[in-house]
Each structure stands twice: as C-alpha cells, then as structure tokens.
Design a protein around this ligand. Structure first.
Ligand code: NOJ
Length: 561
C-alpha cells in the first residue's frame, strides 16, 4: 500500500468563467478566484483543478487554446495567475492545470502556419488529408456535430477536428509537436504548478489508415475505434512521463474517454510510468445513452450504477487508483442527475451523494457548486444556451434526425453541459453575487435559496456536510486506504459497501430513493458496537440493531473497530 499525497487529497474543480467575476464584465476571472481561496480553504479541499485559463478565442470556453503560455484576456494576466499560485500555495492549496493538447485553436500560430502551404515547417503539426472523389477523406462525424473534416482551399486539403472545426487535432506522430508540448509543460511546472488534468488524452494517437466508421443508424461514421487508445498513446505518455512528469512531485490525471479497466491500468497502473489516475465515464453517459448517444432523458438504474462502480473499485484494486466524481463541467449537476433536486429532497439527497462518493476508494473530485447542492437549469429558449455542443446537437438532431424540439429541450435539461456552467451561487444578491455586470450565461433562478452565504455558517447545510466528509478523510486512514467490498448488488434502492483496513470495518449505507427502506446488517457486524461517523439525518439511535430503517435518501457511515 503506497501512501501518496494525491491519494489522500480532495480535488475541487473550478470552471473559471462561471466561478467569480471581479471586474463586472460578467465573466469569471482569476482575481475572482483569488477572492474565494479562503472559501476553499474553509471547505478543506487540497487541490484546485483549474479548467483552461490560457489565451483562447473561446469557441469552446477555453478548450480551444491559441497560446499555451498566455492567460485569456477575459480572465486577467500572467501576473494575476502568478498571484493566484502564490496565494493558493500560501494556504496550502495546490493547483493543477488543464492540459488541452489533443487539439489547439485554429487561431494558434502553429495552425495559422500549418495552413499556409504544403512545405510550411508547421504543416505536419496537424492531420491533413486529401479528399476522396470530391468528398471528405472519410465519413467520420465530429463529437460536436457535423463532419470531423474541414476543407481548406489554400492547399486543397482537409484537416481533422474531432471537436469543433475551430479545434484542429494535433499530429502527435510528429516528434516536433511532442517536444513543443513537453517544453510548454516544463515551463508551467517550473513556474510551480502542481500537476495536470489532461483533456481527452486517450485521443492523441490515431490509427494511420483512416477508414470509414460505422454509422450506427446516424448520419456520420464513428471515429472512436480509430482514435481512442490509438497505437502510440502509451508510447507517447511514457515519453512525456520520462521527459517531463517524472522530474516533478506532481499529480496527473487523464481524461480517458472510452477507457476500459485494462486500458486504465496501462495509463495509470502503479507500474505504468504514465499518469497517476484516469477519469472513466461509464457511470455517467453510458448508463443512460440511447439512440442519440448521450442525448437522452433516461434515468439511471441504481443496480447498473453499482455494477459499474463495483467493476472499477475491484478492477483497479492494488493496480491503479480511482477518480471519484459525480460531475464536472461537461456533465449535469450531481444532485439533479443522481439525487433528487426537488425542494423536499435536494439537501438530503445531495448529502447522501456526497457520502456515497467520498467513502469509496479513490481521490474525490468536487465540481464547483456541488458542495452547495446546486442544481441543473431549465432555460426556456435555446437562445439562452451558450455551449456549442448543445447548440450544434440541437440543430443536428432536430433538423436532420427528426427529434421534436420539445423532446430535445428535455434532453438538454437532462444532460446538457450548461447545467454545470451557470454562475456559482455565492449569495442572494443580484446575479447570485457572481458578477456586478451581466453574466455571460444566465444565473440559475434558484440562487435565492441555494447559495454559499446561506450555507457556510449553517451546521446543517450541504456545505457543512461536505466539509465534514473532507475532515473525516483526513482523520481516518481507512477512508483513503481501506479495501472495498460491495453489499447487496441487486438492491434497487440501497447502495451499501464496506471498507476494510486491518481490524477496522467501515460500513457505508446510502438510500438512493425517496422510499423508506430497510437495511439488514451483514452477519459479521450484528451486535458489534459501531460508531456513527456521519449521517445526513439526526437521531440515529439504532446503529447496532440487526435491521436499520432507512428514511428517504438517508446515508450513514459506521465504523466498527
Ligand atoms: C473534454 C473537455 O472536458 C470538454 O469540455 C471539451 O469540450 C472537450 N474535451 C474538447 O476539448
């Protein structure tokens, strides 16, 4: 059991555009983040994952970078960033940066050069192909809608973009690209940042033959089999590790879209010499996806969720380390997706979800606002949405695939990325205390009843509950290092599991439903004296009984010594 700081920490993700605006332009910024560092210190988190703050034309809110070594004008200056790093470090907080290197912006100088001519020194920085019989090089569809190829008349060729056409994919097979990226990473690490979250890192190596993909009844071919975990992805990451990462005591986490257990162990196994952890997404989109991929309004089943979580908990045991998360900037808010965001159950179910995730084995990631039980949003009109994926997919599915507009809006309410991007709700003043100007995206109307100011000093709030969960992690080693064992795999309402370390056993029980239900103690724990470490209800008296009554969304964590 290797004890390592990044296993013990709690990460908090900041989406800077929506976190805190300091200058009244309606856009969150770095000075805004600095002003909230004390809030994060009070919450008790250890590491901030900062979504991209680099120079960017903002086609995809900073995931389209035009200069990796400059700060986006909307967010401030490099001096502001340096101040943020200093102020964070002063408080014992670490900062990991988003590293977006599968693609750049088309306004990056490499791409501007690359487009100019076939013999430009930067031509091979991107993936260019000739058309076939006057058509695209193949039938691949972009993940943000439309074709994955864009024609450029200067050289009469197409470039590949898995995401928006303003996000051309870099050619990682070119050693110059890799070395430039490694130099840039070294530059940031020498500045003192504490690691990287690597955007869609599983996509950087493409199979070289570029055949058509399966259409699965849709309009475009599926590029996933040719781009995910491509032939050289592990060679490149090992090289990156050897040339850059291994020289620093940092934390690295890769966004590994489409990852299996075996692949995860290759990326982030204890012996892999690549990354520390990977994000897997099986418990999110996969559980609800249907005819239109993630665009669906299906509800997850708890039995399926447990199956997936159990697979990852057991599958990585002793081999690699899990990332624990309900949400991020691409996902709906946790309480709306996995809990119950009605007035009656929002707080209680948000606390239950916090319990369930934070007691699993792995490093927990909190997405901004989750610690307040912030919810999804329902804007009446598509015009109020800002996310290009949402807007593009609306047009593709409604105009080209016959989905009814009202149905599509339901899908958006359910899974659209802007659910997580409405401004952070700081208080009940105008714009939720996020900005004195007009926010770049509308504030969720529920800010008067869900905001940090109401919760920080309230011992019964979701915020205080998260704070306690984090404190428990610091106090009980079993929460970090204990082995995991699932109980009741087929129960439709209860997610219960054990953690075990030496002679200690931790029992975690979470009722995922609004029904009262009963939990039967495992035989080996009956009659043992347990200590209740945390519960989202008061008056827990019957912890050593054989049968426990669970109230709606009740959760308990009981330690047996
Ligand atoms: C994954 C990021 O999390 C998402 O926000 C972004 O749009 C795509 N990668 C493209 O960079």
């Amino acid at each position: 059991m290797d004890k390592l700081w990044w296993k013990e920490c709690v990460v908090y993700q900041i989406y800077p555009r929506s976190f805190k605006d300091s200058n009244g332009d309606g856009i969150g910024d770095i000075k805004g983040i600095i002003s909230k560092l004390d809030y994060l210190t009070d919450l008790g988190i250890d590491v901030i994952w900062l979504s991209p703050v680099y120079q960017s034309p903002n086609e995809d809110n900073g995931y389209d970078i035009s200069d990796y070594q400059e700060i986006m004008d909307d967010f401030g200056t490099m001096d502001d960033f340096d101040m943020l790093l200093t102020e964070a470090h002063k408080r014992g907080l670490k900062i990991i940066m988003d590293l977006v290197v599968n693609h750049t912006s088309d306004e990056h100088k490499w791409f501007i050069e690359s487009k100019k001519s076939l013999d430009n020194p930067f031509r091979d920085y991107y993936i260019w192909r000739k058309g076939k019989n006057g058509e695209m090089p193949n039938n691949w569809g972009s993940w943000f809608g439309g074709n994955a190829w864009e024609y450029d008349s200067t050289t009469d060729m197409y470039y590949l973009h898995i995401f928006a056409k303003k996000q051309p994919d870099l050619n990682w097979d070119n050693p110059k690209v890799r070395n430039d990226i490694y130099d840039m990473m070294t530059w940031w690490l020498d500045k003192g940042i504490d690691g990287f979250r690597m955007d869609v890192i599983s996509l950087i190596s493409k199979k070289p033959d570029f055949p058509d993909g399966e259409t699965h009844g849709g309009l475009y071919g599926d590029l996933a089999p040719f781009c995910i975990h491509g032939p050289n992805v592990h060679n490149y990451l090992r090289e990156m590790n050897q040339k850059v990462l291994s020289h620093y005591n940092i934390m690295t986490v890769g966004e590994a879209t489409g990852v299996t257990i075996d692949e995860a162990i290759k990326y982030a196994g204890y012996e892999s010499k690549e990354l520390n952890m990977v994000f897997q997404f099986e418990h999110l989109e996969n559980l609800i996806s249907g005819e239109y991929g993630k665009w669906s309004d299906k509800h997850f089943s708890l039995v399926d969720l447990k199956k997936v979580m159990n697979k990852w908990q057991k599958g990585l045991e002793g081999k690699a380390w899990n990332c624990l998360f309900w949400s991020n900037h691409d996902q709906p808010m946790a309480v709306s997706r996995f809990g119950n965001d009605s007035e009656k159950y929002r707080e209680i179910s948000a606390k239950m979800l916090g319990t369930c995730m934070h007691m699993l084995k792995g490093t927990p990631y909190i997405y901004q606002g989750e610690e307040l039980g912030m919810t999804n949003v329902k804007f009446d009109s598509l015009d109020d949405y800002r996310d290009l994926e949402t807007i593009n997919k609306y047009h593709e599915l409604v105009n080209q695939r016959g989905v009814k507009p009202e149905k599509m809006m339901e899908y958006i309410y359910h899974v659209g990325r802007d659910n997580a991007r409405t401004p952070m709700q700081w208080d009940d003043s105008e714009n939720a205390g996020f900005s004195l100007g007009t926010p770049w995206i509308k504030v969720n109307e529920n800010y008067k009843i869900i905001n940090a100011k109401m919760q920080v000093n309230n011992p019964d709030s979701v915020y205080s509950y998260y704070k306690k969960l984090i404190e428990l992690r610091k106090k009980y080693e079993i929460i970090v290092y204990g082995d995991y064992e699932l109980l009741l795999p087929d129960d439709k309402n209860i997610y219960a599991y054990l953690r075990m370390l030496g002679s200690q056993i931790l029992l975690i029980i979470c009722n995922f439903s609004e029904d009262e239900t009963e939990f039967i103690m495992p035989n080996n724990l009956i009659g043992k004296k347990g200590e209740l470490l945390i519960s989202n209800y008061k008056n827990d008296t019957d912890i050593d009984k054989m049968r426990l009554k669970l109230r709606p969304y009740e959760s308990r964590v009981i330690l047996f010594q």
